[in-house]
Design a protein around this ligand. Structure first.
Ligand code: SF4
Length: 297
C-alpha cells in the first residue's frame, strides 16, 4: 500500500517498514534509522494476522522515540498508537523576545524538538532530542492560557515537523502575531504568508553555511527578516556579499548579531557603520537579562 497524500501532509519524516522483511531485519532497520521522529508503516491486510509481531515492533520504535503513523485505521493496535499531526515540543514558555525587530516585547515561545544542523555556537543543544508529544490542540490551549498575543515558533528547526505549518496557520487564524525562526536549510515556501519568517543564513563560522537553501531569499517579503550571526571578520564579509548579491537591504529586514561571547558587539557595530549597511545590529537581550538561565528565556 502506498502512502496517501493525507499522510504526506501529516507526516514529514518517516521510515517505511516493509513487513515482507523478517522480524530481525525490521528491528535492525528501526535501530539504524537516522530519522528522529516518525515511523510510517504501510500496512497490508496480512499484517492483521501478526499482531504480536506488530506490538513488539511498535514497542521498540516507541522506545527509540518514534511517533507511529499508519494508513491502517482498523487494527486494534494501531487505534491505540496512531498519533497524527502531533508535535514534539521541547518547551513552551513566556519571555522577552531577545532578537528581531520585535526585541523587547513579551512573547510566548514554542520550541520544537529536533534540528538537522549542528552550528558551532549552538546554545540550544538540549532541543536536539528532548521533548514530549503534544497535539496541536494542546499547544493552542497552552498558548491561549498564557494570554500573550505574540508567539515565536522556534527550535531546533521547527520546519522539520509538518505540524508546524498547521500550528502557524491556526495561530494566525486566531489573531495571534506569529514569528517563525528557521535555520535557513528548509524551504519557507509553504509557510503561511501571515507569519513573519525569521530566516537565519548561517555564516561559515557556524560550520553550516553549505546547508543553506538560498531559494528562500526569493520567497521573502518585507514582513520577513533575515539574520546573520557573525563570529569573525570572515563571517561579516560573507554576510556582506550575500546582502549585496541578493539586494537584501531593499527586499527584507536584515539583522546582524555577534555570536555571543565570541565577538564583541562594538566591533561589529563599527563594521556595520563603516559599510553604511541598512541592517539592524541585534544582541540576544535574554542573555543580558537572564545571564544565568540557559532555558525558558
Ligand atoms: S540551527 Fe539553531 S538549534 Fe540547530 S544547531 Fe544551529 S543554532 Fe542550534
Amino acid at each position: 500500500m502506498e502512502p496517501t497524500n493525507y499522510y504526506y501532509r501529516s507526516v514529514i519524516k518517516f521510515t517505511i517498514l516493509h513487513y515482507t522483511l523478517c522480524f530481525n531485519q525490521l528491528i535492525i532497520n528501526i535501530q539504524n534509522s537516522r530519522l528522529s521522529g516518525y515511523l510510517f508503516i504501510p500496512f497490508r491486510d496480512e499484517i492483521a494476522t501478526s499482531l504480536s509481531l506488530l506490538a513488539m515492533t511498535f514497542n521498540m520504535a516507541q522506545r527509540k522515540g518514534f511517533v507511529i503513523a499508519s494508513v491502517a485505521k482498523q487494527s486494534p493496535i494501531v487505534e491505540k498508537t496512531v498519533i497524527l499531526c502531533n508535535m514534539k515540543i521541547n518547551e513552551i514558555f513566556t519571555s522577552i523576545q531577545g532578537e528581531t525587530s520585535f526585541a523587547g516585547l513579551p512573547f510566548t515561545f514554542v520550541r520544537l524538538t529536533g534540528c538537522n544542523l549542528r552550528c558551532s555556537y549552538c546554545d540550544t543543544q538540549y532541543a536536539y532530542e528532548e521533548g514530549t508529544e503534544w497535539s496541536i490542540e494542546q499547544v493552542l490551549s497552552e498558548i491561549q492560557q498564557r494570554g500573550i498575543l505574540r508567539i515565536v515558533v522556534t527550535g531546533g528547526e521547527p520546519l522539520l515537523q509538518n505540524a508546524t505549518y498547521t500550528l502557524c496557520s491556526q495561530l494566525a487564524d486566531r489573531g495571534f502575531m506569529v514569528l517563525l525562526e528557521t535555520n535557513g536549510s528548509m524551504s519557507i515556501l509553504n509557510v503561511d504568508r501571515r507569519v513573519h519568517r525569521i530566516l537565519d543564513l548561517k555564516c561559515p563560522g557556524s560550520g553550516m553555511d553549505a546547508h543553506m537553501d538560498f531559494k528562500n531569499i526569493g520567497y521573502l517579503t518585507l514582513r520577513d527578516e533575515v539574520k546573520f550571526v557573525i563570529s569573525d571578520r570572515n563571517d561579516f564579509q560573507w554576510a556582506l556579499a550575500i546582502i549585496k548579491r541578493y539586494n537584501l537591504e531593499d527586499r527584507t529586514q536584515t539583522l546582524i548579531s555577534p555570536a555571543h561571547q565570541v565577538m564583541h558587539p562594538s566591533e561589529l557595530a563599527e563594521w556595520i557603520m563603516q559599510e553604511k549597511l541598512n541592517a539592524r545590529l541585534q544582541l540576544q537581550l535574554q542573555k543580558y537579562i537572564w545571564p544565568d538561565r540557559a532555558r525558558g528565556v
